[in-house]
Design a protein around this ligand. Structure first.
Ligand code: B12
Length: 319
């Protein structure tokens, strides 16, 4: 049998096609592929029929085989369906998005004890588990990889009615306390390039801005946390008093048609030399606004903050 000028033998059930050499080893028989993925032929056929997809290739004589890439794709689909995703909603996702779903699920599984402690309102256990995470991960990773996904899951369960408002409040209060402790251990005063961090009037969600304050301090910004829910006039005043180079806003809640004019108002009140950096889901649909820098993720925020500190350090060393 010929494939692209290469002679291969027909696959035997359970045998990798052409096992032992080059291109040929890249064809995997149905039986082996299904075993590697951990699904039955019936499931494969059901996915293919229902969603009119070809998840395997065919030889010229019509015998089916997998490429390694198809096996990897099927493994990801299987892991996602095991994690509770409907096949119909994931079958067209590219591999990197499937991998992100798998990673997200693994993270949530790791957070299960914490979520159970919150559901049972077992504060001592929650506190002990959070302290263990902090100890293991260090403050920045703790905030990014434990607190953020934990609070998102708390929010999901709360809006599904699976978690009481009281349990959510208990979790939020405890998380705030832990983040306050992390901030106290890393004071802003000695750092030369300064920032203030808050949320705009109407947004009481403060954990995102505490997280941002912590990450900013970790990369060397003198970030002052102002608490949430501040009018533009107060933010501008605080920026002047603290001599802030950056005003940093987090938004988890609020309508754009309300946020945009407030942002424009704040921009007007700030000195031209003060940068305005914003992030969080509330700003996700923000149109480009002059003098306002939107960050889609914390990694790009950390990079920009690190850059700014490095530029300042280099300029003072030169001067
Ligand atoms: C805790 C909580 C509250 C607490 C807040 C307590 C506190 N002291 O902070 C309380 C009870 C006060 C509250 C109230 C309300 N809440 Co609430 N709340 C939450 C919850 C569960 C967690 C929020 C949180 O702390 N997240 C932790 C942060 C760190 O997670 P994060 O947003 O994913 O953060 C990441 C990014 O956003 C990004 N990021 C965030 N900020 C910034 C900034 C920069 C510069 C950058 C680069 C990145 C960045 O980085 C983070 C790390 O990856 C969320 C659920 C959720 N999905 O977040 C709902 C949620 C935000 N709340 C919601 C709602 C609807 C409300 C209320 C309207 C409920 C009500 N009917 O009263 C009120 C509104 C109050 C107000 N005016 O602000 C909705 C918002 C929906 C929407 N799209 O607008 C959510 C999403 C819940 C839901 N699933 O419906 N809430």
């Amino acid at each position: 049998m010929r494939f692209g000028g290469v002679c291969v033998q027909e696959p035997e059930e359970g045998q990798p096609i052409g096992a032992g050499g080059g291109t040929l080893a890249r064809r995997i028989s149905m039986a082996d592929g299904l075993r590697m993925v951990g699904i039955s032929k019936l499931v494969l056929h059901a996915w293919e029929r229902r969603y009119e997809r070809h998840l395997a290739d065919r030889t010229e004589t019509g015998r089916r085989y997998f490429t390694p890439r198809q096996v990897e794709h099927l493994k990801l689909l299987k892991q996602c369906t095991d994690a509770g995703h409907r096949i119909g909603s994931i079958i067209d996702l590219p591999p990197e998005e499937l991998r992100a779903l798998v990673r997200g699920h693994a993270k949530l599984v790791a957070l299960t004890p914490l979520l159970e402690a919150i559901q049972q309102m077992d504060l001592p256990r929650m506190r002990r588990l959070l302290a263990e995470h902090l100890q293991e991960e260090g403050p920045a990773d703790f905030a990014k990889n434990t607190i953020a996904p934990l609070m998102r899951e708390v929010g999901r369960q709360w809006s599904d009615g699976a978690l009481s408002i009281a349990a959510e409040h208990m979790a939020s209060a405890e998380v705030r306390g832990m983040l306050s402790g992390c901030l106290a251990a890393l004071p802003a005063e000695p750092m030369a390039v300064r920032a203030v961090v808050t949320t705009m009037e109407g947004d009481q969600h403060e954990i995102g801005s505490m997280l941002i304050t912590l990450l900013a301090r970790q990369v060397g910004l003198g970030a002052l946390y102002l608490g949430p829910d501040l009018p533009a006039s107060e933010i501008a005043q605080a920026a002047r008093t603290w001599n802030a180079r950056i005003v940093c806003l987090s938004s988890l809640y609020g309508r754009l048609r309300v946020l945009e004019p407030r942002l424009a108002d704040l921009r007007d009140r700030l000195a031209d030399t003060t940068e305005l950096w914003v992030g969080g889901p509330g700003f996700a649909e923000l149109k480009q606004m002059k003098g306002i820098r939107y960050f889609a993720d914390v990694a790009s925020f950390e990079e920009a903050a690190r850059d700014l500190v490095a530029r300042y350090t280099a300029s003072t060393a030169d001067g």
